[in-house]
Design a protein around this ligand. Structure first.
Ligand code: PNS
Length: 176
């Protein structure tokens, strides 16, 4: 039997609305494990059917800047995608998908997605890294909720995202 090709290119997918320090931790660790990493930014959130707080372009730009601010290797690519994640991985020629796992609550959702993806693309490997303890409670939705109430999220997000959140929710509060 011929050996399977070794995975050298992985995708770290997500909605990143906005990118948090938890995401940055997963991206950093994916890059420690694999020589080529593409952060794939999904066009729209599909967990709750609602739209995103930031546009696709804003989310892509915030990640690019956050990677610089946080000192990650400058060979990490950031790309938007629409449609199925597995199709995007095939387009890029990536062999795996890396995601972070926080609590058990993440597990069922991630397992369902990994099963679906494996059904549609058996050649793609789903790889999970356990979130670092300091970021176990950090999520984009928690960050948005706290920022919308005008509270400080600077320990949860990169500095450029903190600034962007203040502009976004400050402007919303001013309009209300
Ligand atoms: O940050 P999230 O919301 O956990 O990311 C979820 C994401 C974007 C990775 C997932 O919703 C996704 O892969 N969307 C693309 C559409 C798709 O491929 N759906 C089938 C797999 S569930």
């Amino acid at each position: 039997m011929a050996a399977e090709p070794i995975i050298s290119h992985v995708v770290v997918p997500g909605t990143f609305d906005p990118v948090t320090l938890g995401h940055i931790d997963v991206i950093r660790r994916a890059r420690r494990l694999f020589p080529r990493v593409t952060v794939a930014v999904a066009a729209s959130a599909n967990k709750n059917g609602r739209g995103t707080a930031f546009t696709l372009e804003e989310r892509v730009e915030m990640i690019r800047e956050a990677l610089r601010v946080e000192g990650l290797p400058d060979d990490i690519e950031v790309a938007p995608f629409r449609g199925l994640l597995v199709s995007f991985c095939h387009e890029l020629g990536a062999g795996g998908v890396v995601k972070g796992l926080r609590a058990m609550t993440d597990f069922e959702y991630e397992l369902q997605q990994a099963d679906l993806n494996s059904h549609m693309a058996p050649d793609l490997e789903s790889i999970f890294v356990m979130s670092s303890p300091e970021y176990g409670y950090v999520s984009s939705s928690i960050v948005r909720e706290i920022a919308a109430m005008g509270s400080d999220v600077s320990i949860l997000v990169p500095a450029n995202v903190d600034e962007r959140l203040r502009e976004h929710y400050g402007a919303e509060a001013a309009q209300a």
